[in-house]
Design a protein around this ligand. Structure first.
Ligand code: 6PG
Length: 270
């Protein structure tokens, strides 16, 4: 990871505590943004890890639900598989099941990537939706208020996989990316768009991610091999929300980091 990026870490004892903290963190950040700007543009990732976070967010008995400025949320997606929106593999389907079917977000404020289209059309259409909804001129880079990312055990994030074209694609808002490892196309935000966010937080859980996380944070900068290293918000906040299993190979965190107080620390002091 680039040494100039200031990174915050919060490490939790287990997945449930991690998900609860992530939900409250997203809600609090969204509320601050909605208060300042009247709306909040959030881009979320798919996969399995965020399921519990979305469930915590959508739970009316939970702390996060009451904090989230639901009517001000404009929900976007970081990436999507090229599948219909109603199949298990769809990121939209997962967010619909865990969050949208239970939380008071108006459907007109949810902007999915149309995975049922051919890759380049899906990417082109979604790029236009983002541009229009964020009120951008052509060529302007969107700035999401919150981007939530996951990370694979191969160091990928979004749908920017090792040794794929997306690692070096800087132009555009969303692109189609062929992933040989999955023999499948994906649509993903480009990493400059991710890096233009006001805040990016990784949500990473489980022993299976420990080695990749250690590599991303402590190995030589090599984004072709470790695409998650591309995430270096120029002016934004970068936060890693982890459980102990995912963090087990990281050198000792400064004591204040362990208790979830999350104070910024230069990378490399870990
Ligand atoms: C996707 C996600 C992807 C995900 C990682 C981690 O489309 O799969 O957006 O980037 O965050 O693959 O996935 P898990 O949380 O399932 O480990």
């Amino acid at each position: 990871m680039d040494k100039h990026v200031s990174i915050e870490y919060r490490v939790h004892p287990n997945h449930e505590e991690l998900a609860k903290d992530a939900a409250i963190h997203m809600a609090r950040t969204a509320r601050r943004c909605a208060k300042a700007k009247g709306r909040v543009f959030i881009a979320v990732s798919g996969g399995g890890t965020p399921r519990e976070m979305f469930a915590q967010l959508a739970d009316p008995e939970g702390e996060a639900f009451g904090i989230m400025p639901w009517s001000k949320v404009r929900l976007f997606f970081v990436d999507e598989r090229l599948v219909p929106p109603d199949v298990p593999d769809s990121n939209y389907n997962m967010v619909r099941e865990t969050l949208l079917s239970r939380a008071p977000i108006a459907p007109e404020y949810v902007f999915r990537i149309k995975g049922e289209h051919v890759p380049r059309i899906a990417a082109f259409t979604y790029s236009n939706i983002v541009r229009n909804r964020l009120g951008l001129r052509r060529g302007e880079i969107p700035s999401f208020d919150i981007v939530q990312l996951g990370m694979g055990d191969d160091g990928h994030t979004a749908s920017i996989f090792p040794h794929t074209a997306a690692v070096s694609k800087q132009a555009g808002i969303a692109i189609a990316n062929y992933v040989p490892q999955k023999d499948a196309w994906r649509v993903t935000l480009t990493y400059p768009v991710i890096n233009n966010a006001a805040e990016v937080f990784f949500l990473i859980s489980g022993k299976a991610k420990a080695e990749a996380l250690r590599s991303v944070l402590h190995d030589q900068y090599d984004p072709v091999r470790l695409p998650a290293q591309l995430v270096r918000p120029q002016n934004g906040r970068l936060l890693f929300l982890l459980d102990q299993d995912a963090a087990e190979l990281l050198p000792e965190l400064p004591p204040e980091q362990e208790k979830g107080t999350g104070s910024a620390s230069e990378r490399g002091k870990l």
